[in-house]
Write a protein that binds this ligand. Structure first.
Ligand SMILES: [Zn+2]
Length: 292
C-alpha cells in the first residue's frame, strides 16, 4: 500500500493544499502582503549610509525608521498631465514636490500657481533642462539661476532645492549649487517614467517594488505617470506610508543629519540665497511680463 493511498495522508495533503491556496489568494489580493511577498523586495538596495551629505549639501534619503516618503515630479509643469496629477494628490490628501523647468513655468504660469495654491513644494530643475556637467561656469550659473529668477518674478520667493536634470552632476555642478544656497536632492526610487510609450502598470510596479521608509520617489509630470498615480498612492497609503515634502523630510532626519542639514539650510544657504541676482540681463525665453 503506497503512502498516498492512505485516507488520512490524502486528507492531510488536501488540507495543506487548501491552506496554501487561501494564503496565495490573501497575499495576491492584499497590496501590503503582495509587496512583502515579492522576491525583488528582498534584494532591495539598502538606504544610502549618508542621508544628508554635508560636504556637498546633498539629500540622498530620509529617515529610514519613519514610514514616510517624498513623491517628486520632475520636468513640468506640463499641460497634458499637471492638473490630473494635482487632482489625484488632492484625492489622497498627499503633498508632493515638483522639480520645475524654468522655461515651462514661464509657459504655464497658471499650472505653477495652482500647484502652489494646493500646498505643494516647488523646486528647481534648471531653466531649459540642460545637462549641467561640462558647461562653462557662466552657462552653468545661468542654467540654475534663471529658473529661480522666473519663480521669483511670479512669487517673490526663491527656490531652495535643486535636482540636476538626469541627476547628472560633477564637482563644478555641486559647488555652484552650494554657492547659490541649494540643497541638491537625489532619489532612492526611479520609475523610468519618461519618453514615449510608457506603460502606467510598469510605472506602478517599478515604484512600489523599491519604495521603502524615508524614500525619495522620482516620478515625472507626464500622462502615463498621472494614470499610474492613483494605484501608487492607494497602495502606499494602505501600507501605512505618509507623504511629506522635502522640507518636512529634512526636519525628520535622525539627529546628526538633521543638525547638519539645518545648519547648512539656516546659515550658509540663507546667506547665499540673499545674494542671488533676481534680474535677467536679457530675456532668454519669451515674455518676462507674465504674472501669476
Ligand atoms: Zn528631468
Amino acid at each position: 500500500m503506497s503512502l498516498f493511498s492512505r485516507p488520512q495522508v490524502r486528507r492531510a495533503v488536501f488540507g495543506m493544499g487548501c491552506v496554501l491556496l487561501v494564503l496565495t489568494v490573501v497575499v495576491a489580493t492584499n497590496p501590503r502582503w503582495r509587496n512583502r511577498a515579492n522576491p525583488r523586495r528582498w534584494f532591495r538596495p539598502k538606504p544610502p549610509e549618508t542621508l544628508f551629505d554635508f560636504k556637498n549639501a546633498m539629500l540622498r534619503a530620509g529617515n529610514p525608521t519613519l514610514k514616510e516618503v517624498v513623491i517628486t515630479f520632475d520636468d513640468g509643469p506640463h499641460r497634458e498631465s499637471r492638473e490630473q496629477i494635482l487632482g489625484v494628490l488632492n484625492r489622497f490628501h498627499a503633498k508632493a514636490t515638483f522639480f520645475e523647468v524654468g522655461m515651462r513655468m514661464e509657459q504655464n504660469p497658471d499650472l505653477l500657481r495652482k500647484t502652489i495654491e494646493e500646498g505643494h513644494e516647488i523646486a528647481n530643475h534648471t531653466m531649459f533642462h540642460q545637462t549641467l556637467p561640462g558647461l562653462k561656469p557662466d552657462t552653468l550659473h545661468k542654467g540654475i539661476n534663471e529658473a529661480d529668477i522666473v519663480y521669483y518674478r511670479f512669487t517673490g520667493k526663491h527656490l531652495r532645492l535643486l535636482r540636476p536634470p538626469g541627476m547628472r552632476f560633477d564637482n563644478a555642478t555641486l559647488d555652484e549649487a552650494k554657492r547659490l544656497g541649494y540643497i541638491t536632492v537625489s532619489y532612492t526610487t526611479a520609475a523610468g517614467d519618461y519618453g514615449d510609450h510608457v506603460d502606467p502598470k510598469v510605472v506602478v510596479d517599478r515604484t512600489l517594488q523599491k519604495t521603502d521608509n524615508g524614500g525619495i520617489l522620482l516620478l515625472h509630470d507626464y500622462p502615463a505617470t498621472a494614470q499610474a498615480l492613483p494605484e501608487i498612492l492607494d497602495t502606499l497609503t494602505k501600507q501605512g506610508y505618509r507623504f511629506v515634502t522635502l522640507e518636512e523630510m529634512i526636519q525628520h532626519l535622525p539627529p546628526k543629519e538633521r543638525r547638519d542639514a539645518l545648519t547648512y539650510w539656516n546659515k550658509s544657504s540663507e546667506a547665499a540665497v540673499g545674494q542671488r541676482p533676481v534680474f535677467l540681463p536679457t530675456a532668454v525665453s519669451g515674455s518676462r511680463e507674465k504674472k501669476l
